[in-house]
Ligand binder design. Structure first.
Ligand code: XMP
Length: 508
């Protein structure tokens, strides 16, 4: 057996060309402690998610049908991160999800949901339930405000076939003009002890709505990711090709803030073309591309105009791409490679997949990520789609890969929109699908707020150890490579755990 140094120069070159990189992942490295006067609670975790979106918490929830629908996106934005709405549903349904997030809270609702005086209380109930709101302004056909119907008006009604006009609180109501300032609006709400302030123009037409709920939320979620109008920020995933372009345009119309061209292999002409086309056809919306795991892949998306790059191939907890196709790059190296191209171009990097513990967030950032995207760590929270399941008295929620058979298979006449993430849109029969993911369940974790607190708490601790007061400083942190024995030493050992920690679970 000869050593590498003994090889002829040409052979050394052949080896280097064939095996250019050593692939490292989170379990291969640890952050090096460094001189520090940084206190974890004082760390600033503000970071760039894309060229024009800044978040105070560097967390994104995955565009997966067991992770991110409107409820999760709302919760993520409130925690200062962002949700990416999955795309395994029709264009119309995905646009509705965007609308739900954009309407969930606002400085001012510019296009409030309304009802007509001829609607029934049943109609009102349905709309309020759908949008999770407590009342509706009542307008005539030309948009003139006639009154308001809230749960105060309907609480004691038993006949749900009654018309809105019979039970609404009619004009004159306390209203304000469109351009009313925030403090003036709050003063009106307080003085009149009301919860909703309709905004009208000179002709009495409804132009907007301010609710007291939004003021309460502002205090409750000070880190929330909001747009210029005070609405929560949301992103949504699309695929490639003509249909996806149509999807993107519909989502933009619904008010989405960022489009994610979401594929398993982003270093592909179809991805670059879709990204460039969506970018050229929109303004005020960032377009994110992925996934890539090499410097060249990242460069191709930067050249196509990407506003952020998503890094990760085969790292996800439910992924089988590396086993089925034999392809991938361990996640620490994938993030580092992507950042090599993205950093000089000023394009933020999203480290997507493979994170198992809060410490992995700190490691991902040290390797060049600006934010991270989480699937398995978030699939178990209350706000993720799907019901709780009980197994042997323990609570779980389902979690499946978007390349799993379940996600790619059509259901009756309902089409799957997940196949093309794995470039299998041309596979007509479900039997011929080649899955790249699995289906399973993860333990129930309670509300997102508690989980996010632990994840960010871990990141803050990591930043403290590294002497990094900001994300930019954390990206300068250095790491040490470790052996399998080092990893074994890193986890609890020589003890039988008797109390469950809120931020640690062993892997088996
Ligand atoms: P974690 O590890 O956070 O990873 O659960 C979530 C990420 O995994 C990707 N993803 C997949 N990758 N087959 C894959 O190879 C799949 O079926 C699959 N589904 C999701 C995706 O990038 C997600 O954010």
């Amino acid at each position: 057996m000869h050593s590498f140094e003994d090889l002829a120069a040409a052979d050394q070159e052949a080896y280097a060309a064939k095996f250019p990189l050593l692939g490292l992942t989170f379990d291969d490295v640890l952050l090096l402690p460094a001189a520090s006067d940084v206190i974890p609670s004082e760390v600033d975790t503000t970071t760039r998610l894309s060229r024009s979106i800044t978040v105070r918490t560097p967390l994104l929830s995955s565009a997966m049908d067991t992770v991110t629908e409107a409820r999760m996106a709302i919760a993520m934005a409130r925690q200062g991160g962002l949700g990416v709405l999955h795309r395994n549903l029709s264009i119309e349904d995905q646009a509705t999800q965007v609308d739900l997030v954009k309407r969930s809270e606002a400085g001012m609702v510019t296009n409030p949901v309304t009802c007509s005086p001829e609607d029934t209380l049943e109609d009102v109930d349905r709309m309020c339930g759908h949008y999770r709101i407590s009342g509706l302004p009542v307008v005539d056909a030309s948009g003139v405000l006639l009154g308001i119907v809230t749960n105060r008006d309907t609480r004691f009604e038993t006949d749900m076939t009654r018309r809105v006009r019979e039970v609404m609180t009619p004009m004159p109501l306390v209203t304000a003009h469109e351009g009313v300032s925030g403090p003036d609006a709050l003063a009106l709400l307080q003085k009149n002890k009301i919860e909703k302030l309709p905004l009208v123009d000179a002709a009495g037409r409804l132009r907007g709505l301010i609710t007291v709920k939004d003021y309460v939320k502002r205090d409750q979620y000070p880190l929330a990711t909001k747009d210029a109008d005070g609405r929560l920020v949301v992103a949504a995933a699309i695929g490639v090709g003509e249909e996806s372009f149509k999807r993107a345009m519909t989502l933009v119309e619904a008010g989405v803030d960022a489009i994610v061209v979401d594929t398993a292999h982003g270093h592909a002409k179809a991805v670059a073309d879709t990204l460039a086309r969506v970018k050229a056809s929109t303004t005020g919306v960032d377009v994110i591309g992925g996934n890539v795991a090499t410097r060249a892949g990242a460069q191709a998306l930067i050249d196509a105009g990407a506003d952020a790059i998503k890094a990760g191939v085969g790292a996800g907890a439910i992924c089988t791409t590396r086993v089925v196709a034999g392809v991938g790059v361990p996640q620490v190296t994938a993030i580092f490679e992507t950042a090599l191209a993205a950093r000089p171009a000023g394009v933020p990097v999203i480290g997507d997949g493979g994170l198992q513990y809060s410490g992995d967030i700190a490691k991902a950032i040290a390797c060049g990520a600006d934010t991270v995207m989480l699937g398995s760590l978030l699939a178990g929270v209350e706000e993720s789609p799907g019901e709780l399941v009980f197994v042997n008295g323990k609570q779980y929620k389902s979690y499946r890969g978007m390349g799993s058979l379940g996600a790619m298979r059509s259901r009756g006449t309902a089409q799957s929109f997940s196949k093309d993430r794995y470039f299998q849109h041309d596979v007509l029969s479900d039997e011929k699908l080649v899955p790249e993911g699995v289906e399973g369940q993860v333990p129930f974790r309670g509300p997102l707020a508690g989980v996010a607190h632990q994840l960010i708490g871990g990141l803050r601790a990591g930043m403290g150890y590294c002497g990094a007061g900001t994300i930019a400083e954390m990206q300068q942190a250095r790491l040490v490579r470790m052996t399998a024995a080092g990893l074994k030493e890193s986890h609890p050992h020589d003890i039988q755990m008797t109390v469950e920690a809120p931020n640690y679970g062993s892997r088996d």
